[in-house]
Unconditional design. Structure first.
Lengths: 147, 770
């Protein structure tokens, strides 16, 4: 089932969805958004590709295998959590820097954003892992387990 | 002190390397470790300023729980340290010879070193919880060492049995320690020992005594927990000599001695210890008489001695305490030597059956001499240290604070059997007409350790006060709570103990000579043992397996409907129980102000859910479920939770995509369950829904403390630099929860991955995974 309309639409939607997921991730601290929904949103274009084209096409779009993405995300989140310990503060204490921006604004950057990035990666990894697992080509082996 | 405490644990993983580089010489090197540790602690204690009895270091571990890593050395601790390190050094030399060429010798040394570290921890612990920790570590080490020959089923079973028995006791001990710590208001040993009155007046004192003693009894193989020790003889002989005779099984004795100042002196304490100890003493000696396995006899006789020691500590008199410690040393020396001899004999002849051995002294002259010396000490023949010990022991029993006559009779009978046992293991195999022609002489590495132990047993007997006095004197003080005057001598003069000693010796020799016919005549009495504690253990284990099996089949059948059913029923029952316990729900449901679009959502969602449940088409079901999901998202957005709504929408969309992917592979959509089951499920689902609705209504109208959300609103920007409170909670205020959640997510993804991989295997292959 290859639909030209879906394929064409995917081509245009893909970058938009990816951008939107990043947008959701970074705005999350102040407006609705965050790592969970960002990660889900990032998985959506991958799923779309898997549907419109092929699982392998979708798989090649990911920079890493899902299981590695997942590990990377978990390591990021855990690393950020433990990081505070090395600065002599309790686990998971956030650290912030305020960068002055041209035009008078201030960019508030903190470790919770990194933690959110970890969540983003884990969610992306989990969803794509499940999608790829289900979409693996070998329907012959998918006989019904009668018991 | 901390460094020396940690040294064995740190060195243990390195020993396999040492073994690879130095081969059989490694044992000599490894022996240096316990020797150095022994010298260090000895120096530490003896160089204390006069008047000080103990020194300690302490590290906060989890101070909120009262858990500190406190190490303390006093006379009693040092006494055990020297015992552990001395025997440990000898045994590691011996083990190199005994297991020469074994491909896991390095690992064996590592386990032994690990055990030694844990055992030293027990005797050096200055905190109840530290002590408990090390206590369990020794059980673990014992498990690994008993099951060292893990290819053999018997070794594995014996290892498990020892672990289960001692771990059950260990758990009791933990409970006892917690109660004790609460009663004394501190887990530090110095505090506990100083608060005797507060503890003994406390309401939980009887529970403390019972729990702590169960711990000590399982570890020290007291009746009715004694059965694991003979089975533990599956372990390589160095382990039997070290753990199961000289040190680990003495941990219970040590514990009782250590806690005597805090718990002792009451009828409960003394009565329990004396009764259990006396019974164990007799049972051990009696069963030993019918055993034909060389190590088995030694194991039962060890049980006999452990019972004796418990009984003596139960008396609590200075004389009895002194007798216990002296007897403990004597036993470590002669029993260690005999175990090591048993290993040599086993190696040389290939059998451990006493009935098949005779005349070995011609082939193994040195070993025979060692065995003879050790057996004489065991039988209490002058001038060995065993004789000194037996004299003090009989003296203490004769002066027992209660029922001295009865206890003396039991002790004398047990001692007679002990003398007979000494003859059977120390004399029987070595004299008489040889039955074996072939015999491999042991190497020097195996000869050293038993020789040293046996010689020590004789030499210390010649000058007991000079050689053992400086060590034993300080050890008695922490038990008795006062300085104990001690004078050991070979010649006590003709008193009751001396007469009893002669009686015991004469009867024991007679018993040894007629052992064959005695065994035949009394064999019938062993039938009782078949229904003894070992059987109880089997039954309770079988019962445990049955229950575990039943409840797993019940709760974890691997079928999704069953899981949902169980979860919902439990939820329903617990909720109803709680509602009933609180006297039912109050009926005040003020009119709820419903706007039209809310009402629409409230009708739409349940209707869609009903369609999903009732539909005969999968596609319709999935679509209806989608409606439910989007409806809930709509509700979220109505009640101003945009984050939730957005997430819900994305989840719903992804679910649809997943369904599309899996659609082709799903089986035909049929009715899998019977009408009755469907009715049951419908009723359950309806009940859960109704109860939760009522509960929710109630909850929204209950007066409740100001919600925590206001605190979040106030602190979100100043403390966490974020205006989106939902996200701030997720990544900052409650980030630890989130970390846990994403870990669960990751685990679930790995689970899905593995599940699909397994299902993708050919069906025939798949059988193997189920």
């Amino acid at each position: 089932m290859k639909s030209l309309i879906l394929q064409t639409a995917t081509r245009y939607l893909f970058p938009l969805l990816v951008l939107y997921s990043v947008f959701l991730l970074v705005r999350g601290h102040h407006e609705p958004g965050g790592g969970f929904i960002g990660g889900l949103m990032a998985a959506a274009p991958i799923a779309l590709c898997a549907l419109a084209y092929d699982v392998d096409v979708a798989r090649n779009l990911l920079p890493l295998r899902p299981i590695r993405l997942l590990a990377l995300g978990l390591a990021t989140a855990a690393g950020v959590s433990i990081g505070a310990l090395f600065m002599g503060r309790p686990l998971l204490t956030g650290s912030w820097v305020e960068l002055p921006m041209p035009g008078g604004g201030v960019l508030d950057l903190g470790t919770p954003l990194l933690f959110d990035l970890g969540i983003y990666l884990v969610v992306l990894g989990v969803v794509t892992q499940i999608i790829f697992s289900l979409a693996t080509k070998s329907p012959l082996h998918w006989e019904r387990d009668e018991s | 002190m901390t460094l020396f405490f940690l040294a064995p644990f740190l060195l243990a993983p390195l020993l396999p390397l040492l073994d690879r580089w130095f081969g059989n010489k490694a044992g000599w090197l490894i022996a240096c470790v316990p020797i150095l540790i022994g010298i260090y602690y000895g120096d530490l204690w003896w160089s204390l300023p006069a008047g000080e009895e103990r020194t300690s270091v302490s590290w906060a571990w989890a101070p909120q729980l009262g858990l500190r890593l406190t190490l303390m050395i006093d006379g009693l601790g040092l006494f055990f340290v020297l015992l552990i390190t001395a025997v440990g050094a000898l045994v590691s030399i011996y083990a190199s010879g005994y297991l020469a060429g074994h491909d896991r010798l390095g690992r064996f040394h590592a386990y032994m070193m690990f055990f030694m570290g844990a055992m030293l921890g027990i005797v050096l612990a200055g905190n109840l919880l530290t002590l408990y920790m090390c206590w369990e570590l020794t059980s673990l080490a014992s498990f690994l060492l008993i099951g060292f020959d893990n290819e053999r089923r018997e070794a594995r079973a014996a290892a498990t049995q020892a672990l289960v028995t001692t771990a059950v006791g260990g758990l009791c001990l933990l409970a006892g320690f917690v109660l004790l710590g609460l009663a004394a208001d501190s887990f530090e040993l110095t505090d506990v020992l100083a608060r005797k009155d507060a503890i003994q007046r406390h309401g939980s004192y009887p529970a403390i005594v019972v729990l702590v003693l169960i711990g000590a009894f399982t570890k020290s193989a007291q009746f009715p927990f004694h059965f694991w020790l003979p089975n533990a003889m599956e372990a390589p002989t160095p382990v039997s000599a070290y753990l199961h005779s000289a040190t680990m099984v003495k941990a219970g004795i040590f514990l009782v001695a250590r806690l005597t100042p805090a718990l002792g002196g009451t009828p409960l304490w003394a009565g329990t210890l004396t009764t259990v100890g006396a019974v164990t003493m007799f049972v051990g000696a009696y069963l030993a008489f019918f055993e034909h396995d060389l190590k088995g006899v030694l194991a039962y006789l060890t049980i006999n001695v452990l019972g004796t020691l418990m009984m003596l500590l139960g008396f609590g008199t200075p004389l009895a305490v002194q007798a216990a410690m002296v007897y403990l040393v004597a036993h470590a020396l002669y029993k260690g030597a005999l175990f090591l001899v048993a290993g040599i004999v086993d190696h040389a002849t290939g059998t451990r059956d006493l009935r098949k051995m005779a005349g070995l002294i011609r082939r193994l002259p040195l070993t025979g001499a060692v065995a003879l010396a050790a057996a004489l000490s065991m039988a209490g023949v002058a001038p060995t240290f065993g004789y000194v010990a037996k004299e003090v022991f009989l003296d203490a029993v004769w002066h027992a604070p209660f029922v001295p006559i009865l206890l003396t009779v039991v002790s004398v009978v047990s001692s007679i059997l002990l003398v007979a046992g000494a003859g059977r293991v120390g004399i029987g195999p070595f004299f008489g007409r040889p039955t074996q022609d072939e015999c491999d002489p042991p190497g020097m590495t195996m000869q050293v350790a038993p020789l040293v132990l046996a010689v020590a047993g004789v030499v210390t007997g010649l000058a007991p006060q000079t050689l053992m006095g400086p060590l034993l004197g300080p050890a008695l003080e922490p038990i008795a709570g006062e300085p104990v005057k001690m004078y050991l001598t070979l010649w006590h003069g003709v008193g009751v103990p001396f007469v009893l000693s002669l009686v015991v010796l004469a009867a024991g020799i007679a018993c040894y000579i007629v052992r064959g016919s005695l065994q035949r005549h009394l064999a019938g009495s062993l039938a009782v043992a078949r229904w003894g504690p070992a059987k109880w253990y089997e039954w309770s284990l079988a019962g445990l397996y049955w229950v575990a099996d039943w409840q797993t089949r019940m709760l974890q059948p691997g079928r999704l409907p069953r899981y949902v059913f169980v979860t919902s029923s439990v939820l329903l029952l617990l909720t109803i129980e709680e509602i009933v316990l609180r006297g039912g729900l109050r009926e005040h449901y003020p009119g709820i102000d419903v706007r039209p679009h809310e009402a629409f959502a409230a009708v739409l969602i349940p209707a869609a859910a009903l369609v999903a449940a009732a539909s005969r088409s999968r596609l319709a079901s999935v679509a209806a479920l989608g409606v439910v999901g989007y409806g809930v998202a709509w509700l979220f957005s109505i009640f101003s939770a945009p984050d939730l709504a957005a997430t819900q929408i994305v989840i719903e969309s992804l679910t649809v995509i997943l369904f599309v992917l899996a659609f082709a592979r799903l089986p035909k959509y049929t009715l899998a369950s019977s009408p009755r089951r469907r009715l049951r499920d419908a009723l359950l689902a309806g009940a859960v829904g109704i109860v939760l609705t009522l509960l929710l209504l109630q909850a929204t109208h209950e007066p409740h403390p100001p919600p925590i959300s206001e605190w979040y609103v106030e602190h979100s920007v100043p403390a966490a630099h974020g205006r989106n409170i939902v996200n701030v909670i997720l990544v900052d205020f409650r980030a630890l929860d989130t970390l846990g959640e994403i870990t669960v997510l990751a685990t679930a993804a790995i689970g899905v991955w593995m599940l699909v991989r397994l299902s993708a295997q050919a069906p025939a292959k798949r059988e193997g995974y189920e």
